[in-house]
Design a protein around this ligand. Structure first.
Ligand code: NOJ
Length: 551
């Protein structure tokens, strides 16, 4: 397929890398990563093949939810630098051809945000209606709690306000009232501000919660919240034609589809939605060494509208949620990949990273990333995955997977020269500590995980068919093997063996056509009967380009 097609809809073949500035690289030795430190690492990200950075929240924050509790939507947290540093970083990234998107966290603010401080102070405050108040908590206040370890209700009484306020997340994160036109205007202004500084879009936090108008007075009289999301998208596109909204929507497929908007057309709401269901079924498939659950998810997964795309991931910054599995399926995954209670969180997820989940088995770790870069959808990597960083269970809750980046086998992993007690999290010790797992050693080692992931990214970029093609899950006669093909002016086929034994999957293809291995140096010609047998080692993977013989 012609590569020129990929330039406009850049997000379909993007290589997204998520990081928190605070834990990435500290330039001034104060213990916090910062924009100057990040700017110095741009060439590392460029060499990895990253084309789009997703920055976790970097705005001023009391940091009670790792920056997802914001006190000023228009600034940079002073620990991380200044707006000037932000612009210098962005310019450097752009020079290397790397776009930047950032978390847009506008479902709520911090309770220390001046808007909330004003709102709670009096019913007459101009900001009172920027939040959602009730005299009594409505029925069901104890349902839908996101962080059940800390909260018992989504409504909390505020003494100063004399009313209850809604908070879908922690009680220190009061929900904004998006039914209020002034709030809507302000959210657009926030987006416009960062677009003007050069962002290429946003990762939108908790989209279903943002759109929720329940609890607002006269909720049923309000216009469809999806019209609001379409308005935001239209605003984004007016300001910056090729900017994107990548949404956090963890719902079953049919419900998620609504957030793409206008499914019959080009899609007028979110540009991309994360594929939470596919991710969870992948782990179930891996736990069972049976491709079935993943194949079923891929077959079930609806096609996004024309310009839309799924975002795929195998690890993000939160608990690895398994909430869309049944209880017994979740137990299977827990048993396989995180059996101890301290590895689990909220009864629904894991606070482990990929390498420890697979007992450090390099074959399985490589297999997971081969799936990430070959399955249809825009792959999103969480910092440190490329070198096989592990979690540190000494850190609280979800912070276990957000420890500082491990650059070198030196003090603090080369992240910072500060006293270790000043760092935002512990540095893992032992087998997964920076002595064993770090960028500098892996950059020099052609057999390292980092080199493997670089190679996968290169191939993925060379095979836009994977992103653009119509995909079909193929029957191979081997239950442990997932095979899929992507067709669009060319065909790429990928095979993954989820079992610890050799496999010999069979594919039916045109006699005489040639399969060229993209990860190894091999060719296979399809025999006259049209059935080709391929070999896969235990946890092996192959990516193949299908072509017709010359002449
Ligand atoms: C979803 C984010 O991914 C999570 O990290 C955060 O705690 C909540 N939204 C609240 O903002």
């Amino acid at each position: 397929m012609e590569l020129t097609r990929t330039a406009d809809l850049w997000w379909k073949t993007a290589v997204v890398y998520c990081l928190d500035v605070e834990t990435f690289s500290d330039s001034n030795g104060d213990g916090h990563g910062d924009f100057r430190g990040l700017a110095q690492r741009i060439d590392y990200l460029d060499r990895l093949g990253v084309t789009c950075l997703w920055l976790m929240p970097f705005y001023p924050s009391p940091d009670r939810d790792d920056g997802y509790d914001i006190t000023d939507f228009y600034g940079v947290d002073p620990r991380l630098g200044t707006l000037g540093d932000f612009v210098e970083f962005l310019r450097t990234a752009r020079d290397r051809g790397i776009r930047v998107i950032a978390d847009l966290v506008v479902n709520h603010t911090s309770d220390r945000h001046p808007w909330f401080q004003s709102a709670r102070s009096s019913r007459e405050s101009p900001y009172r209606d920027w939040y959602v108040w009730q005299d009594e908590p409505p029925p069901g206040a104890d349902k839908g709690i996101v962080f059940p370890d800390k909260e018992k209700s989504i409504w909390t009484y505020d003494e100063r306000a004399g009313q209850y306020y809604l908070h879908r997340f922690y009680k220190h994160q009061p929900d904004l009232n998006v039914a209020n036109p002034a709030v809507r205007d302000e959210i657009a202004r926030v987006m416009g501000f960062w677009l003007e500084l050069g962002l290429s879009g946003f990762r939108v936090d908790g989209v279903p919660f943002l759109l929720e108008t329940q609890g607002s007075p006269d909720a049923e009289l309000l216009p469809d919240p999806h019209d609001y999301l379409a308005d935001l998208r239209a605003f984004l596109s007016r300001r910056c034609g090729d900017a994107v909204l990548l949404g956090e929507v963890n719902l079953p497929y049919p419900d998620t589809m609504r957030f793409f908007g206008n499914a019959e057309g080009v899609g007028d709401e979110l540009t991309m939605c994360f594929d939470f269901v596919g991710m969870q079924r992948m782990y179930l498939a891996l736990a069972r060494s049976d491709a079935g659950p993943l194949a079923a998810a891929l077959r079930e997964r609806p096609q996004p509208p024309r310009d839309g795309h799924w975002g795929t991931f195998v690890r993000n910054h939160d608990e690895l949620t398994l909430d869309k599995l049944t209880e017994s399926e979740r137990k299977e995954v827990f048993d396989a990949f995180g059996p101890a209670p301290e590895m689990q969180l909220y009864g629904r997820g894991l606070r482990r990273r990929v390498p420890t989940m697979f007992g450090g088995d390099p074959r399985r770790i490589r297999l997971v990333y081969s799936l990430l870069y070959s399955l249809p959808g825009t792959p999103v990597l969480f910092y440190g995955e490329e070198i096989g960083m592990a979690e540190d269970l000494r850190a609280e809750g979800r912070l276990a997977v957000r420890t500082p980046m491990q650059w070198a086998p030196i003090r603090n992993g080369g992240f910072s020269t500060a006293d270790p007690r000043q760092l935002p999290g512990p540095i893992p010790n032992g087998h997964y500590g920076p002595k064993q797992v770090n960028v500098s050693a892996q950059e020099r080692d052609p057999d390292s995980l980092l080199s493997w992931i670089r190679r996968l990214i290169e191939r993925y970029r060379e095979c836009p068919e994977l992103a653009w093609g119509r995909y079909t899950v193929l029957d191979t006669g081997v239950p442990s093997v997932l095979a899929h093909r992507c067709d669009i002016d060319g065909t790429v086929i990928a095979l993954h063996n989820l079992a610890d034994s050799d496999a010999e999957p069979r594919l039916s293809l045109d006699p005489g056509s040639v399969l060229t291995d993209l990860l190894h140096d091999e060719h296979t010609t399809v025999p006259d009967n049209g059935t080709v047998s391929l070999r896969l080692g235990p946890y092996g993977c192959r990516w193949l380009r299908l072509s017709q013989p010359a002449g």
